[in-house]
Design a protein around this ligand. Structure first.
Ligand code: F6P
Length: 329
C-alpha cells in the first residue's frame, strides 16, 4: 500500500514488450471498470515510447467495443531504449503530470514491470501491472495473459506437422518460442505426444538426444517429433539439426520454426476471461490504494504481488510435468 491514499481520478493504460493474445481484452476491462467507477482513462500508444513522446488518447467504454476477440493490441507495443534512462523516465513522468494522470496500469511482462517499478520509485507515481506474455514466466500468477492462446496455436501446428511426419516417416524438430523459459515447449510436448521436449531449464547434451532418439526409433516408431524451445542450449532447432542429421539420415530430418505465429490470433476463452478479471482487478486495487504491485490469479483467486517480487526471478517449470513428459514419451 502507498503511505498516502490518493483519490484516483484519471489513469493511463499501456501495453509494452512482446504482444500476447488477450491484451485487448485486458485494455477493455481496465477501461470499462474505470468508467464504471467514474475514472477517466488515457490509452498510451506504443508503450513507454508513447509515454515519453506524448501519444495519449482518451478512451471511453464505447471505444473498446468489439476488441475482446482480437489478437495484438489496439494500443500497439514497442520497446523503448530511452525509457531505460532516468532522463527518459523523467519525460514520461512530466507527461503523466501534464495530463493529470494519477496512476498507470502497465500490461506486459517482466521488462514492462521493471520500467513501471522504476518510474514509481523515482517519481512517486502509482503503478499496477497486469501480466501478459506468451512465455508464462511471471511469478504471482498461475498463467499470464496470452499463454493459453499461444499454447493452443503451437499445438494446432504441431499436430499438423505430426501428420506429415508420419506420412513420410520423417523426423521433425519443431522450434517454439521461449527465450529463457520452456513453458510452451513442455506443455506442447506433453499435449502433442512429442518424443522429446528440449527446455532451457534443463541441461541438454546432443549425445543424449541422439541416444534417446535411437532408442525410441529402435522400437515400432517410424517418425518422430522433437519440440525445441528457442532458448534451449542446443542452440535451437536449426543448430540441433546440423548436429544430429548425419546420425538419422534415413529419417530425412526437417526443421519447422513456429515463430511469431504463436503471438498472434484470437485469444482463447480462457485468456479472455483471465484478461477481463485482471483488467478489472487492476483498477480495483489502485482504488484501494495499492501501488507497485502486480495482479494475478492463483488457484482461481485474485492475488496481489509486489512488483519487486514479480521481477525478482522467473517462474519455474512444474517438475512433475517434466517427469510426466519423460514417462509418457
Ligand atoms: O514475448 C516473449 C517472446 O515471445 C519470447 O519467447 C521471444 O524470444 C521473444 O518474445 C521474441 O521477441 P521479438 O518480438 O523481439 O522477436
Amino acid at each position: 500500500m502507498t503511505d498516502e491514499i490518493i483519490k484516483v481520478k484519471t489513469i493511463g493504460v499501456l501495453t509494452s514488450g512482446g504482444d500476447s493474445p488477450g491484451m485487448n481484452a485486458a485494455i477493455r476491462a481496465v477501461v470499462r471498470a474505470a468508467s464504471q467507477a467514474g475514472i477517466k482513462v488515457y490509452g498510451i500508444k506504443h508503450g513507454y515510447y508513447g509515454l515519453i513522446n506524448e501519444e495519449f488518447t482518451e478512451l471511453d467504454a464505447h471505444s473498446v467495443s468489439n476488441i475482446i476477440q482480437r489478437g495484438g493490441t489496439i494500443l500497439k507495443s514497442a520497446r523503448s531504449e530511452e525509457f531505460r534512462t532516468e532522463e527518459g523516465r523523467r519525460k514520461a513522468a512530466e507527461n503523466l503530470k501534464k495530463y493529470d494522470i494519477d496512476a498507470l496500469i502497465a500490461i506486459g511482462g517482466d521488462g514492462t514491470f521493471t520500467g513501471a517499478n522504476k518510474l514509481s520509485k523515482e517519481f512517486k507515481f502509482n503503478v499496477v501491472g497486469i501480466p501478459a506474455t506468451i512465455d508464462n514466466d511471471i511469478i504471482g500468477t498461475d498463467e499470464t495473459i496470452g499463454y493459453d492462446s499461444a499454447l493452443n496455436t503451437a499445438l494446432d501446428a504441431i499436430d499438423k506437422i505430426r501428420d506429415t511426419a508420419d506420412a513420410h516417416e520423417r523426423m521433425f524438430l519443431v522450434e517454439v518460442m521461449g527465450r529463457d523459459t520452456g513453458f510452451i515447449a513442455l506443455e506442447t510436448g506433453i499435449a502433442s505426444g512429442a518424443e522429446l521436449a528440449l527446455l532451457p531449464e534443463e541441461l541438454t547434451h546432443v549425445e543424449d538426444v541422439k541416444r534417446q532418439l535411437h532408442d525410441m526409433l529402435k522400437s515400432q516408431r517410424r517418425s518422430s517429433l522433437v519440440v525445441v524451445a528457442e532458448g534451449d542450449e542446443t542452440g535451437g532447432a536449426v543448430k540441433l539439426k546440423e548436429n544430429i542429421q548425419d546420425d538419422f539420415a534415413q529419417y530425412d530430418v526437417r526443421v519447422c520454426i513456429l515463430g511469431h505465429i504463436q503471438r498472434g490470433g484470437a485469444p482463447t476463452a480462457r485468456d479472455r476471461v483471465l484478461a477481463s478479471r485482471l483488467g478489472a482487478a487492476a483498477v480495483k486495487v489502485l482504488l484501494e490504494g495499492h501501488s507497485e504491485v502486480m495482479v494475478g490469479v492463483v488457484n482461481n483467486s485474485l492475488k496481489i504481488t509486489p512488483m519487486r517480487v514479480a521481477i525478482s526471478k522467473k517462474k519455474e517449470l512444474d517438475h512433475t510435468l517434466i517427469d510426466l513428459a519423460k514417462i509418457l514419451r
